[in-house]
Write a protein that binds this ligand. Structure first.
Ligand SMILES: Cc1cc2nc3c(=O)[nH]c(=O)nc-3n(C[C@H](O)[C@H](O)[C@H](O)COP(=O)(O)OP(=O)(O)OC[C@H]3O[C@@H](n4cnc5c(N)ncnc54)[C@H](O)[C@@H]3O)c2cc1C
Length: 1010
């Protein structure tokens, strides 16, 4: 285990501004940096002939850009193509491949109006045409469609996708790629190549070792072929590396491991690349690793300065879509200067735009870390280019992209800055993209261009191919518009400077994360712990949190409380619903403002990790705002239609005193959700938190009182379920019970209520689950493993929604289990206050002992798949290492183990039969499906008698108002928490009918006012 002290690591440092700044501010900075000197009309004049020349030689009909012009990804056909490209090649069994192909092609428009056969014909024609071009031995006349049934169509589709993919891959091996590079160089001597070894990010140490070996092998192969030793890295081929391929935990939270484990791997590559004097570039990845990547750059630069000071080939990529890109350029130049080095810096626009937008929305961040309007990215790109050119003493700029307007503007800026092409900077493009534009640009023999050249087998290229499909297919993309002759050159080359307006917010249709749910309900504000600015207050709060003792309620306290609440209820219930809703909104605002304090409580009392604590506070905030909004929308009196002379009004009102009993696993979110729902519906509430977590509950009750809930409308009663809980449930004044916990306790409550005399009292029970995930052979193993690790082991498996039973198709089970085993090795157990901890302790000794007993039983009865190592000599008590066992059948799973224990079964044949077995378990809380066959997902979701179904993602973390949460069968009564039907269950209904004609006649009717 690496510690900061062993590694002599200084404390982390924030080099860049806060990532989530208003877009207008970042744009203004970009404009200021760009200045006035750029003559866009001259750039248009330079680029127009390129565009015209490219259009004069359109790509052949089988090329990707042609196919995407015909079938853009905004249409079902294009989407089907993308889905097939992403999944089909990895499917091992014929049945599933046929099902996937039929599903996707079935959604597309098979029969184009012109009778040409639409999508299928397009794909098959592409397959045939390209077969003949690339694989002459595979050529055959157009018999594919006529000759074949399903298998033939699948074969044609597979071939089409393989060949589409080949447009973007220079070779299957580095030797093949180098051979191809040499051929291309014969026609265009200014070409250099930067090879990229394809694949998904590493999930295991074995993956990382494989990538490391493949990079080392590639560097050696490139070195062997290097020609003239005098030209330096600018004139030679090089390599591009992804740090996420070299280490499965390349994350800010794992800073020590990144320095201790990843850095030496990169260093080994650097030493070899430097020995061959070639360019080694670190690709740019997601925004949450940006600070970390600069820290690594600095550390590596220090080593280079010490041992390889003459090497000038080290570099990294910078993404201009990031609102902080200019600061990144300055930070990189400062690092180079400080170490007396020169870096090669590739400027790109950025490849993860959609992912960054989604992440910011999900995390409730104050703004997006990327520009949301394309012209803003374009302007920032030019501003960064200007900054890079100004740092030529320490930076060799490498301008990457395919946009003719951007390229012409760059060349103009470089010339004005006195930068000599080839000597002071180079252009870059992706293999298979922008060929036409660069054919024209490279007619100037001084300009040099480096081609980013992916190398790999079909299986490894799928994720990359999808990125290229998106880039070629997006309407906003230059290459897409270039392939569309209906877009006039002037439109294609319009100035981003004119389109980018200072002062505007994010793009239309893309609300800020805060506004995701409309103006009426602000999204809860989150925090991004990868930013030191956000992490610091959280760390301080955790370090200083003290848990206040909460007095135990006696039986007399229970009786007193019920009496007080009984008296207080009427006053609260008679307040207008708007007033009660306003109290909830005030509570939400206060809780949001006190996020660090409540995170501290959750970490200390419930042993939550930091990420889990933030999510939980946000969920509680969302509950307050959501139920406030729902109450105002749904609990107002409703006039009903009826005969004249009569008024019928339906009203909802509280039932009386509601008893809310909540569990320890979400001591803030579930506790708050129950209490505020009952309150806003007009009930008084006796709130009994779990015995293990009274302090969080007490602080929340105090907050609710401060926000305006009267003391006699909400009372906290802390005590054991068997006594305090039982007394509350049995109390004659109890008008309703809301319970979340085990099925066994829910049954006891149900029986107690049934045995009581007096009114029959409603029970809302949300209980456990034997939650399964079904994975078929179209799923992406990496995505499956990510989802499984999060769903089964996050929060130490102590969520009711957690994955308990993973069902893997036999065709992919071995591979996925090997990856899962490796990924489990990489999890870190420990103190939840430590940002690096993935899995903290379980809640108490009883839970710990029970899990130990059950795990010991499983060791005897089932087959161990893998387990996470316990940290040696840890002082943290009650750590249960995540563990996975294989069972022979679904039916062998008998009970819910509330901890990080995963069961796995294999399946084959009809997935509907498997879902029937899962249904037969009797629980119905959450269900995961991993498949690319959309119709299968729809069918199985409909068949599952399960409350929450998640397709192609993890199955935890339901969001209030977005994924209303709750199960059926043994998993609960409903209605769903955080859903539109919840509040009704807390209400009694009254219909008031008034005979408005009673006083002698129907005045309104006679007056003609009907
Ligand atoms: C040699 C090379 C190496 C590369 N290496 C990397 C790398 O290391 N890391 C990486 O992330 N990418 C990398 N890329 C991919 C690169 O990000 C895309 O190819 C590039 O963004 C396409 O830009 P363009 O100028 O060709 O096209 P354009 O069509 O002009 O620009 C498209 C780009 O604009 C941005 N964009 C799209 N919509 C919006 C919007 N609504 N608001 C704001 N911005 C938007 C996106 O970045 C999109 O990719 C590399 C590309 C090349 C050519």
């Amino acid at each position: 285990m690496h510690t900061a002290a062993d590694l002599h690591l200084p404390p982390p440092q924030q080099r860049l501004p806060f990532p989530y700044q208003p877009e207008a501010q970042a744009l203004a900075a970009a404009r200021a940096r760009l200045g006035e000197g750029l003559d866009w009309s001259a750039a248009v004049a330079a680029a127009t002939p390129w565009v015209e020349a490219v259009r004069a030689h359109p790509a052949p009909f089988w090329a990707m850009e042609s196919l995407l012009r015909e079938y853009p990804i905004s249409r079902p056909e294009g989407l089907a193509l993308m889905r097939l490209a992403e999944a089909l090649l990895r499917v091992p069994d014929v049945e599933t491949a046929v099902a996937l192909t039929a599903d996707q092609l079935g959604r597309a428009d098979f029969s184009a109006n012109d009778g040409s056969g639409g999508m299928l014909a397009g794909l098959s024609a592409t397959a045939l045409a390209m077969s003949q071009k690339f694989l002459p031995e595979a050529g055959e006349s157009g018999g594919l469609l006529t000759r074949l049934g399903a298998r033939g169509v699948v074969a044609a589709t597979v071939r089409a996708i393989q060949l589409l993919g080949r447009q973007f891959v220079l070779g299957r091996s580095i030797d093949e790629a180098q051979g191809e590079a040499d051929k291309q160089r014969k026609a265009q001597p200014q070409l250099r190549f930067s090879y990229d070894m394809l694949g998904e990010g590493a999930r295991t140490e074995a993956d990382a070792a494989r990538y490391q070996a493949s990079y080392l092998n590639a560097i050696a192969a490139i070195a062997r072929r290097q020609g003239d030793a005098s030209v330096g890295p600018e004139g030679r081929d090089g390599i591009s590396i992804k740090l996420s391929a070299l280490f499965s935990r390349y994350e800010d939270a794992q800073r020590e491991r990144v320095h201790g484990e990843l850095l030496p791997r990169v260093w080994a590559l650097i030493e070899q690349a430097a020995a061959a004097d070639m360019n080694l570039t670190i690709d740019a990845e997601e925004v949450d690793r940006l600070e970390l990547s600069l820290e690594l750059l600095d550390a590596l630069a220090g080593r280079i300065a010490a041992t390889l000071p003459r090497w000038r080939g080290f570099g990294l990529a910078v993404q201009a879509y990031q609102s902080r890109a200019l600061s990144v350029v300055e930070a990189v130049a400062a690092i180079a200067r400080r170490h007396g080095l020169r870096f090669m810096v590739r400027l790109v626009k950025g490849a993860y735009w959609d992912g960054e937008v989604k992440r910011a929305q999900e995390m409730g961040l104050p703004a997006y870390p990327v520009f949301t309007r394309k012209p803003h990215t374009d302007v920032n790109y030019l501003a960064c280019a200007r900054a890079l050119l100004a740092h030529r003493d320490v930076i060799f700029p490498q301008f990457a992209g395919h946009n003719a307007g951007t390229i012409a503007a760059l060349l103009q800026m470089a010339e004005k800055a006195g930068a000599v092409p080839g000597q002071d900077f180079e252009l870059q493009r992706l293999h298979g993209m922008g060929d036409g534009v660069f054919r024209e640009v490279l007619k100037d023999p001084r300009v040099s261009c480096r081609v980013y050249a992916p190398v790999g087998e079909h299986r490894d290229l799928l994720a990359y191919l999808v990125r290229r499909l998106l880039e070629n297919g997006a309407n906003s993309s230059f290459v897409h518009q270039l392939a569309d002759p209906s877009v006039a050159p002037a439109e294609l080359l319009r100035s981003p400077l004119l389109e980018a307006h200072d002062g505007v917010g994010p793009a239309e249709g893309l609300p800020l994360p805060r506004e995701l749910y409309g103006a009426e309900r602000p999204n809860s504000a989150g925090a991004d712990p990868t930013s030191l600015d956000s992490r610091q207050p959280l760390a301080t709060a955790i370090a200083t949190t003290r848990l206040d003792p909460v007095p135990l309620a006696s039986q007399a306290d229970v009786a007193d409380a019920m009496q007080r609440l009984g008296q207080g209820w009427a006053g609260w219930a008679h307040r207008p619903v708007d007033e009660r809703a306003a109290v909830l909104r005030r509570a939400a605002d206060a809780l949001e403002a006190r996020l660090p304090e409540f995170c501290g409580l959750l970490v200390k009392e419930a042993h939550k990790t930091l990420g889990d604590a933030i999510s939980e506070v946000r969920e509680a905030v969302d509950f307050c705002r959501y139920y406030a909004q729902q109450a105002q929308a749904r609990l107002q009196p409703q006039e009903l239609p009826g005969p004249t002379g009569e008024r019928n009004t339906l009203r909802l009102h509280g039932r009386g005193v509601f008893v809310c009993i909540s569990p320890w696993n979400f001591p803030l979110a579930i506790f708050t959700g129950q209490v505020v729902a009952a309150l806003v519906a007009g009930n008084a509430v006796a709130a009994k938190p779990a015995e293990q977590t009274p302090a969080v509950a007490a602080r929340m009750v105090a907050l609710l009182h401060e926000a305006g809930v009267p003391a006699d409308a909400l009372v906290l009663l802390h005590g054991p379920g068997e006594t305090t809980g039982a007394a509350l449930v049995a109390h004659p004044a109890t008008a309703g019970v809301c319970f979340t916990g085990s099925t066994a306790v829910a049954r006891i409550i149900n029986r107690t209520l049934a045995a009581k005399d007096g009114p029959i009292v409603p029970l809302i029970a949300e209980t456990g689950g034997l939650n399964a995930m079904v994975v078929d052979s179209t799923a992406l193993p990496e995505q499956v493993v990510d989802a499984v690790v999060q769903s089964a082991f996050r929060s130490a498996g102590q969520r009711c929604s957690a994955l308990r039973l993973l069902c893997l198709h036999e065709g992919v089970a071995d591979g996925i289990l090997a990856m899962l085993r490796g990924a489990m090795q990489e999890l870190r157990l420990g103190d939840p206050a430590d940002w690096a901890t993935d899995v903290g302790p379980v809640i108490d000794d009883e839970a710990f002992q029970n899990l130990q007993t059950q795990i010991a039983r499983l060791r005897r009865e089932a087959t161990l798949i893998g387990e996470t190592p316990l940290p040696a000599g840890t002082a943290v008590p009650r750590l249960v290492a995540p563990v996975a066992f294989e069972l022979a059948s679904v039916a062998e799973l008998q009970q819910e183990l509330f901890g990080p224990v995963l069961h796995v079964v294999r399946w084959s044949g009809d997935p509907a039969a498997l879902v029937a077995q899962i249904n037969a378990l009797g629980y119905g809380l959450t269900f995961g499906l991993q498949t690319r066959i959309d119709s299968r997902a729809e069918r199985l979701a409909a068949q599952a008698r399960i409350g929450n179904v998640y397709v192609n993602r993890n199955m935890i973390g339901a969001v209030v108002g977005v994924q209303p949460f709750g199960g059926e069968g043994l998993s609960g009564t409903g209605p769903k928490a955080g859903g539109p039907h919840y509040l009704y269950r807390f209400c009694a209904e009254q219909c008031v009918t008034i005979n408005t004609a009673a006083a002698g006649g129907n005045a309104a009717l006679l007056a003609g006012g009907h």
